[in-house]
Design a protein around this ligand. Structure first.
Ligand code: LEU
Length: 493
């Protein structure tokens, strides 16, 4: 039986009150520079429950992230508003039909939501026009700041609040999104505590998977161990993303594990496993990757690739501090990996030439890491004025910002042997000369290695929130039954 040292923490609603205060301060500062006095309300529509296609099967609801950030509301169908001048917060709850009490449970009174979510006022959604007009129209037609803006990762737009009668209000679609997005970039102590907890759960669950992995098992069994541990011991019902449980050649498929590649391969003796899985607690997530041999012992090729990636992971972490440019960290990781591959005669030639030709992207086509918070790819990576680069590898970066104290960002270098990238490199007469194709042939079905930790940027450097065995000897010891963290041994003795 797996044991656990986890204790799911109470979530203080002050976390979300603090998030609202941060938005109010930022909006007031912005508006006082353009209008006086600051007026209007920020109005957001929470997520709506979805059914499976045309059926009545309800998908498990997870709140929309911007709404979760400001209000912490778990239930679907809400609206939330913040009066910028007074700072008052207002929730609008859906009016539920009497039948709800029979099929879904108690219909909670509005006072329940006021107490639970610590807002100033609560009304029903069908009262929204009247409430906003009666209470907030002292300066004429009330002005509503709605959330409308593009996600730099998906290219999708957030849905601005809409309701019957919205034409009675003046609306602004451009102000709220960039300001609220920027608020989410810097984490408060309370947010950090939840991200740390999600990391504690995921680190422990990863170790449980590592201990149980054996040749002959299926990838989905590793996924199920992670999900079970996170939920059973950590109270995490959601994951931050679909588990990537890739073994053997599958570990070179960056976003493996989706419906068309559903973690269903049988594990073989001699395979590497690349496990990218993260639990989510009260909306805040984690994103961790561990790579190791299924049989518990690194062979020589596995050692070479693993140590190349580990060296890059550690080099980046040792350079991280406020002011450092993330694109420079990406290049540092690429260069470190290329140097290790050169030392092992997998590639040859001048590293600076390879960097200039962007050959690092043949082995690491994704970005070094991304902001993490309520979303796995947390927004704010490309604020206005910052353009996504278009060169290979760099174009996959989800941010090229300078690090700032309070950011949480993943560090996830990887090294993969991907046919779809090696083939064109081979076909290109100039690039081809940098590769030792005979040596690379030996890694044909190797797959890849990724090592991913979640880092908090402090005033002077950074703090690693992830606690998984990383050195080869540590992984081999844990897979052979040694305790983790290692001081657990001392405590037990
Ligand atoms: N999480 C990273 C990204 O999508 C890449 C990883 C899955 C290889 O940017």
């Amino acid at each position: 039986m797996a044991t656990s040292s986890l204790a799911p923490p109470e979530v203080p609603m002050e976390l979300h009150t603090g998030n609202r205060d941060r938005l109010i301060t930022a909006l007031r500062a912005h508006l006082s520079a353009t209008a006086s006095p600051p007026r209007g309300l920020a109005l957001l529509q929470g997520g709506e429950e979805q059914t499976r296609h045309c059926t009545d099967h309800l998908e498990l609801f997870r709140q929309e992230s911007y709404f979760a950030y400001l209000f912490g509301v778990r239930e679907p169908g809400f609206y939330g508003a913040i009066d910028i001048a007074s700072g008052q917060s207002i929730l609008f709850a859906p009016r539920l039909p009497p039948d709800y009490a029979v099929w879904m449970g108690e219909i909670k009174p509005l006072s329940h939501f006021k107490d639970r979510y610590k807002v100033d006022l609560v009304f029903y959604v069908d009262e929204i026009v009247q409430v906003l007009q009666d209470r907030f129209s002292e300066h004429g037609k009330p002005l509503l700041f709605l959330l409308y803006g593009k996600s730099a990762d998906s290219g999708n737009y957030s849905k601005p609040a809409s309701f019957e009668g919205i034409e009675k209000f003046e609306t602004d679609l451009g102000t709220l999104h960039p300001i609220l997005t920027e608020c989410r970039v810097i984490k408060s102590e309370m947010e950090l505590a939840l991200i740390q907890y999600a990391n504690d759960v995921s680190s422990e669950a990863h170790i449980e998977v590592m201990r149980q992995a054996k040749p002959g098992m299926k990838e989905y069994q590793l996924e199920s161990i992670f999900l079970h541990h996170s939920y059973r011991h950590g109270a995490c019902r959601h994951c931050s993303y679909t588990c990537i449980c890739a073994t053997g050649e599958n570990s070179s498929i960056l976003h493996y594990g989706h419906t068309a590649a559903p973690n269903d391969r049988t594990l073989n003796d001699g395979d590497m496993a690349l496990m990218d899985m993260g639990a989510e607690y009260n909306f805040y997530g984690s994103d961790i990757t561990c790579s190791y041999p299924i049989n518990g012992k690194f062979n020589s090729n596995q050692t070479i690739v693993y140590n190349a990636v580990l060296k890059a992971h550690n080099a980046v972490i040792s350079h991280m501090q406020p002011g450092v440019k993330w694109i420079d960290m990406h290049k540092l990781a690429e260069q470190t990996i290329l140097e290790s591959l050169k030392k092992e005669k997998i590639i040859h030639g001048d590293i600076a030439d390879m960097m200039a030709r962007r050959l690092g992207a043949v082995f690491m086509p994704h970005g070094l890491g991304h902001l993490l918070g309520i979303d796995t790819h947390d927004p704010g990576g490309y604020p206005e004025g910052l353009e996504r680069p278009n060169e290979p590898g760099l174009s996959s970066l989800r941010t090229i910002r300078e690090l700032k104290e309070g950011m949480v960002i993943t560090v996830e270098p990887g090294c993969y042997f991907i046919d779809a990238l090696l083939r064109p490199a081979r076909d290109d007469p100039i690039s081809s000369k940098f590769f030792n194709w005979e040596e690379i042939e030996k890694y044909k079905s190797f797959g890849g290695v990724r090592i991913e930790s979640d880092l908090y940027v402090t005033g002077q450097g950074c703090k690693n929130l992830t606690n998984c065995p990383r050195e080869i000897w540590e992984i081999e010891a844990v897979m052979a039954g040694a305790p983790w963290p290692p001081h657990a041994a001392a405590t037990k003795a």
